[in-house]
Design a binder for this molecule. Structure first.
Ligand code: FRU
Length: 483
């Protein structure tokens, strides 16, 4: 370990221990989500099920709730529900990562938990360089850096070149990674790299991007790509920057979504259909997936968006900001993507309440259905004389389905205390499964057809959950407090 690394590690540790009590006194701290111990968290990184343990890393600034530097925080779990804080995995100590150990992924290479990430460097003129680096660990906690394996940009691309997602192709006995990129004409791209020995990497070229493969103008930079096959199709997940809002789509500052199609590694080319957003909520970006030992494709996202409701979230005054989403299992069924919360989350459930809810024009509550950390599943909707059905959580977040236009709306108070909403079209309402965790809500609609992930900030004393309609609507409620 270099002296610089030792020094940065010590600094981060001192800062963390100093600020931890203040952070932990925040009433908006979450109960069952991964959060930074102090400071800012952004992208999930290095997400892998390795030797029977889930390892999850994240972009982390231990010094302040802002983006000024990036370390890799690390947590582990054996059940996807309870997470243990591990020693910091990467600190930006070397010449090839002075301005941050940026996002990347993990793979088992020769029995070692091996990370591949972007070393971000800015010189005195603020000129950026990007190095794709590796670091490996035999025990899963202490990482030895191997430095850059790719230190040149391909011609025609800017230094906005980052976030390698690596995998192994059994049939070719070769490694591949996809990486987010920007052309000199400011078009977003995903590039494919290949290696026979995990040391020498060659750039095969772009596989998808703005103004490629039938897409029109589709953003000036594509971040955090992820590519895998799922239930007989190939899927490319990416976070494009620079899309314009279009009706109910693309309303956040930056988007995260997917294309399904076919990857031809030899051309290389990813032939794909239309882009679909993965999440309809206010806070979701830069997701990453891994396949676990059970063969499940599990996605975790950043419950935040760059430059959107970051500086003014109430948690900032307690010295921290952002969290990761719950783990979701992905499947493609009848051509449609389904995202379902990992079943293990049922472990959090306390004693259940099962009731029929009758919503009318005056807001109503249901006995024992209230709380700040809970799972609420609503099903068997019957729109007797009503056109609209609403759930109001802690007098702050509103979920509303309107049968007259078949639109689902999530509403909350956000930046500058303004009420704001996100929506999606929904032909029918069968199920609303709502994970409430103090200051976050993840809403899974119709068994994973749509998801809305958002932060919300309610009166800390308020634990109410109310139902309302413009006429009469009944449904079945299953409710569990989560601890
Ligand atoms: C996405 C991102 C990545 C980058 C990282 C830096 O949120 O901008 O492209 O590697 O965050 O923290």
């Amino acid at each position: 370990m270099t002296e610089k690394e030792l020094e940065l590690r010590k600094l981060a540790q001192t800062e963390t221990e100093k600020k931890r009590p203040i952070v932990e006194s925040d009433p908006n701290r979450l109960v069952y989500h991964v959060m930074p111990p102090v400071g800012l968290l952004n992208d999930p990184n290095g997400w892998i099920h390795w030797n029977g343990v889930y390892h999850l890393f994240y972009q982390w600034n231990p010094f302040a709730p802002d983006h000024s530097t990036k370390f890799w925080g690390h947590v582990t779990s054996t059940d996807l529900v309870h997470w243990k804080e591990e020693p910091t995995a990467l600190v930006p100590s070397e010449w090839y990562e002075t301005h941050g150990c940026y996002s990347g992924s993990a793979i088992d290479y020769n029995g070692k938990l091996t990370l591949m990430y972007t070393g971000n460097v800015k010189d005195e003129h603020n000129e950026r360089s990007s190095y794709q680096c590796t670091a490996a660990s035999a025990d899963g906690t202490t990482f030895v850096k191997h430095g850059p394996v790719v230190d040149q940009l391909p011609s025609g691309y800017t230094a906005h070149f980052r976030d390698p997602k690596v995998w192994y192709e059994e049939d070719e006995q070769a490694w591949y990674f996809v990486i987010g990129a920007q052309t000199v004409n400011e078009e977003g791209r995903v590039l494919l790299y290949r290696s026979d020995d995990f040391e020498e990497w060659s750039c095969l070229g772009p596989i998808a991007g703005s103004r490629l493969g039938g897409l029109g103008d589709f953003g000036y930079m594509w971040e955090c790509p992820d590519l895998f096959s799922l239930d007989g199709t190939d899927m490319l997940i990416v976070s494009p920057q620079g899309l314009e809002a279009d009706g109910m789509n693309y309303n956040n500052v930056y988007q995260a979504g997917y294309f399904t199609g076919t990857l031809d590694r030899r051309v290389p080319q990813f032939k794909h259909g239309a882009f679909t957003e993965l999440d309809r909520g206010f806070e979701f970006y830069a997701p990453q997936t891994t396949e676990d030992a059970d063969g499940r494709r599990i996605l975790i996202g950043w419950m935040g968006v760059p430059e959107q409701f970051e500086a003014n979230q109430p948690t900032v005054s307690y010295g921290w900001v952002h969290a990761l989403t719950l783990p979701r299992v992905l499947n493609v069924e009848n051509g449609a993507l389904k995202q379902r919360p990992a079943q293990e989350l049922e472990m959090l459930r306390g004693e259940g309440v099962h009731a029929t809810v009758t919503a009318g024009e005056a807001p109503t509550t249901a006995e024992k259905i209230s709380g700040k950390s809970a799972e609420l599943k609503l099903s068997q909707f019957d729109f007797h004389s009503g056109q609209a059905f609403e759930v109001l959580i802690r007098n702050e977040a509103r979920i509303k389905y309107d049968l007259s236009n078949r639109v689902l709306t999530f509403e909350r108070t956000g930046e500058d205390d303004k009420r704001e909403q996100r929506q999606c079209a929904l032909a029918d309402l069968h199920e609303l499964r709502i994970y409430i965790d103090t200051s976050s809500i993840e809403l899974f609609v119709n068994d994973g057809e749509e998801v809305f992930s958002s932060r919300y900030f309610a009166d800390v004393e308020d634990e109410s959950i109310q139902f309302k309609s413009d006429g009469q609507v009944t449904c079945h409620a299953d409710f569990w407090p989560l601890t």
